[in-house]
Design a binder for this molecule. Structure first.
Ligand code: UD1
Length: 423
């Protein structure tokens, strides 16, 4: 239960590198289960979630080795088909093994993840889709049990373009008998990365990058080597960091084309965004202007950057409305931001933020990865010291966060916290 101690006031300047996307690599690791043999992934971030997914795969019978920036997964002929609660509750993305396990083993028993800090996050689309593909799915003693001797292609419509459901259904459909169409599919770059990985393995997927994915099932897939796409949320976090601290950061590896709306919002806030040969630069002078934001599935403004934009608006000139359409409970973060003096009022999907000249440092708590990162950004522009507790959440998604902040000129350190007293 470490914490970050952030001393406000520094202007971040310099260069920072972005590695592979968390949300991509976790699904690529799950997809490796679809092919017997050795899959190698590169540009793998050194983050806690990759360690958790490695453990999920080991318990399924795989040999998983981590190298610097890589992971090698040796998938045996016979797999176990059970993902335990102790891992799934630590990382919801573990449910990405559901589709590949049913496809490969004809059965899967995966713990239900339960609620988390950003909302209820159902699995109904995952389940309905698998049922359409011919699986029998039931929930028993906290586990989802899916069985299907051989999945068969079907037409699946998603009520909402869910990232996780699109991925699970894609991974199930690639080994199903016949054609599967996934309509209203999510279009996130992570999905495109997964599709390209599956195609390299021998799968047939058409409509990649669109909301209609057509999958022609094949008999078997082969393991491949694949480079994970860069993390657009981490890149976006650095862009926000430059803007909020009135700094100047070159985000090496950041793909501006995956962040179009987010970078446009920063431009409206007053930042100068320039493309570079292998990334982009964000420069900011003066106080940011308030910007209205509405989160939506890709290519809309990403919900994962919503906490950062709330932090930005809390020190901006003017009043902004931020609307959250993807995760209803993401406002939990607002109470922590208010401890730093931010003036935010929420009503249903909307938050109204009245910008303050300056925030005021205080002890706060990270409830999830993105809220944690946003609290650090707020701490960078708060007067005095901000202590961000429960930073294991930040470790789940940001490689070397403190070191990178320090290299950019921030006054931040990590502190170990002794066991808390009962009262
Ligand atoms: C993924 C990302 C997360 C990101 C989110 C949206 C990973 C590990 N996580 O999460 O960082 O914030 O996409 O871009 O990749 N829903 C249902 N029923 C379902 C599935 C989803 O009601 O069966 C709802 C969810 O509660 C939520 C919305 O759909 O309100 C979007 O969820 P989804 O796109 O599935 O997010 P995740 O894949 O969980």
């Amino acid at each position: 239960m470490d914490r970050f101690v952030v001393v406000g006031g520094a202007r971040l300047a310099g260069e920072v590198s972005v590695t592979g996307a968390k949300n991509s690599v976790l699904k690529l690791m799950a997809a490796s289960l679809l092919a017997e043999g050795t899959t190698r992934l590169t540009a793998v971030p050194d983050i806690l979630d990759v360690a958790i997914m490695s453990e999920v795969l080991r318990r399924l019978g795989c040999t998983v080795e981590r190298g610097p920036g890589s992971v090698t997964i040796d998938v045996p002929t016979e797999l176990s088909h059970e993902a335990d609660y102790d891992l799934v509750r630590r990382m919801r993305a573990s449910i990405a093994v559901l589709g590949p396990l049913v496809a490969r083993c004809g059965q899967a028993k995966v713990a239900l993840p339960g609620g988390d800090a950003i909302g209820s996050r159902g699995l109904d689309f995952h389940i309905a889709g698998l049922v359409k593909l011919g699986a029998h799915v039931e929930s028993e003693h906290g586990y989802l049990i899916a069985t299907a001797p051989r999945l068969t292609g079907a037409q699946v419509w998603l009520d909402f373009p869910s990232v996780g459901a699109t991925e699970n259904l894609l991974m199930a459909a690639v080994l199903a008998k016949g054609t599967t169409t996934i309509d209203n599919a999510a279009r996130e770059p992570d999905i495109v990365d997964l599709c390209q990985f599956l195609v390299a393995m021998g799968a047939s997927v058409e409509g990649i990058g669109t909301s209609t994915l057509v999958v022609e099932g094949v008999e078997r897939l082969s393991p491949v080597e694949h480079r994970t796409l860069p993390d657009r949320i981490v890149a976006g976090t650095w862009a926000m960091a430059a803007t909020i601290t009135r700094g100047d950061i070159y985000v090496r590896g950041g793909r501006a084309e995956h962040l179009e709306i987010a970078l446009d919002k920063l431009t409206m806030a007053g930042a100068l965004v320039e493309p570079g040969p292998d990334g982009f630069r964000v420069r900011m002078e003066g106080r940011p202007k308030a910007v209205d934001v509405v989160t939506l599935p890709y290519p809309g403004f990403p919900t994962d950057l919503q906490p950062m934009v709330l932090a930005l608006n809390s020190v901006a000139d003017g009043t902004a409305m931020v609307t959250e359409n993807v995760f209803e409970a993401r406002w939990m973060f607002v109470n922590e931001l208010a401890r730093l003096g931010a003036d935010v009022r929420t009503d249903g999907h909307h938050a109204v933020v009245r910008g303050r000249e300056v925030l005021s440092g205080a002890p706060v708590k990270a409830h999830d990865i993105r809220a944690g990162a946003a609290l650090v950004l707020a701490g960078l522009v708060a007067d005095g010291v901000t202590e961000v507790a429960d930073v294991h959440h930040i470790d789940r998604g940001y490689e070397g966060f403190v070191d990178k902040l320090v290299a950019l000129g921030a006054d931040v350190r990590r502190e170990q916290v002794e066991d808390e007293q009962p009262f």
